[in-house]
Design a protein around this ligand. Structure first.
Ligand SMILES: Nc1ncnc2c1ncn2[C@@H]1O[C@H](COP(=O)(O)OP(=O)(O)O)[C@@H](O)[C@H]1O
Ligand code: SF4
Ligand SMILES: [Mg+2]
Length: 363
């Protein structure tokens, strides 16, 4: 087996929380990420999915070494990221880039798009003023924008266009892995499809790998080769996307699947994601962390923490009752299938539109 591009083992980050402004004292520890392990191969997209607060962004920041882990290791291109300093860390910043959820907040409003895209090139000492200007124009073209957009400011663009700028900035230094932290969560569904298509096209053209973070399984279905489902700081199921969608082996994955919007016009609401609130990561439940919301919980689940175990080829789940789970309930399977088909049709339509625009823009 060849070495993976990225390998994360036992990754853990606890945040100490203080209370009181004057006499601050320790109020406890938030277990944001608690023993997360996964690998990501070259050219692959691994999706990291789970409800808000389950530790997705903290995992992303640990992988990028924007924060230090409490425990665990991150290996990238054969090097231990957690031990890097100096030049190796600088060069890591070129090979590993991030696209944020909110492009407006992550683009400097006082800089033109050209300056924004040139900045990483200057920071890494790439090229001279002339070659950098050419590179900026090429980057704009790669993300479906025009060279004259370089003179404009971020506020002059739509949300989808701003995310294209965020992607162009990540591409500037020719990374091998891009961490996409909910890159489409703030966008309309039709614009989401355009941005996802762009990411897929760029992946094919440039051989990129993605760690793609989302809270919506529907988005991930057309993007991911493999999916890791997170709950309260831990991975509860991981496997090839096709196997995980067709045969989810963790009750939490099933509730996420059931939450995919349904196309039935008579059903106006989106089914809730599991019942009850997510418990606090400061005080996670004993045993299986999902037991307070799991319809299948038994006594054992309240005392004994399940570990990830193989349930199929490259497919693992952490549930005591995984083997007992009946086939995916027909309603959920049926509900997610047309919803997915609808999204696919939408993607195809937007893609055709985008291609038509590119042709008319260049002709
Ligand atoms: N700097 C921090 N200090 C304290 N708690 C934090 C910090 N960053 C994140 N957290 C907490 O860690 C948990 C995971 O957060 P995050 O990784 O942002 O989740 P997600 O991206 O899945 O929504 C949350 O409970 C969040 O409040
Ligand atoms: S271990 Fe028990 S509580 Fe946890 S997901 Fe499985 S059945 Fe539910
Ligand atoms: Mg987040």
């Amino acid at each position: 087996m060849t070495a993976p591009l990225l390998e994360v083992q036992g990754l853990t980050r606890h945040f100490a929380v203080k209370r009181g402004l004057v006499f601050s004292r320790d109020a406890g520890v938030v277990r944001a990420v608690d023993g997360v392990s996964f690998r990501l191969d070259r050219g692959e997209t691994l999706a990291l999915v789970g409800e808000s607060g389950c530790g997705k962004s903290t995992t992303a920041r640990l992988v990028l070494r924007l924060i230090e882990p409490t425990a665990g290791t991150v290996w990238f291109e054969g090097q231990d990221v957690t031990a890097m300093t100096g030049e190796p860390l600088r060069s890591l910043r070129k090979r590993l880039q991030i696209v944020f959820q909110d492009p407006f907040a992550s683009l400097n409003p006082r800089m033109t798009v050209g300056e924004i895209l040139e900045e990483p090139l200057i920071v890494h000492g790439i090229g001279d003023a002339r070659s950098r200007a050419d590179r900026v124009a090429a980057l704009l073209g790669q993300v479906g924008l025009a060279a004259y957009h370089a003179q404009r400011y971020p506020h002059e663009f739509s949300g989808g266009q701003r995310q294209r700028i965020g992607i162009a900035r990540a591409l500037a230094v020719e990374p091998s892995l891009i961490v996409c932290d909910e890159p489409v969560s703030a966008l309309d569904v039709s614009v989401q499809a355009q941005v996802i298509n762009l990411l897929k096209d760029l992946q094919r053209a440039l051989g990129l790998s993605y760690l793609f973070i989302a809270h919506d399984l529907a988005v991930v279905k057309h993007m991911a080769d493999r999916v890791a489902v997170m709950y309260l700081g831990q991975i509860v199921e991981i496997g090839p996307a096709a196997a995980l969608f067709a045969n989810p082996r963790h009750p939490y994955t099933r509730t996420l699947l059931a939450a995919i919007p349904r196309p039935d016009p008579h059903r106006t609401h989106v089914q809730a994601v599991a019942t009850g609130d997510v418990p606090s990561p400061m005080n996670p439940p004993a045993g299986c962390r999902f037991h307070t919301r799991c319809p299948l919980a038994v006594d054992r689940c309240r005392t004994e923490m399940p570990v990830l175990g193989a349930v199929g080829d490259g497919h693992s789940a952490a549930c005591h009752r995984s083997a007992e789970l009946p086939p995916l309930d027909a309603e959920t399977a049926a509900a997610s299938a047309p919803a997915a088909a609808r999204r696919l049709a939408l993607y195809a339509a937007r893609r055709a539109e985008a291609l038509a625009t590119t042709v008319s823009a260049t002709s």
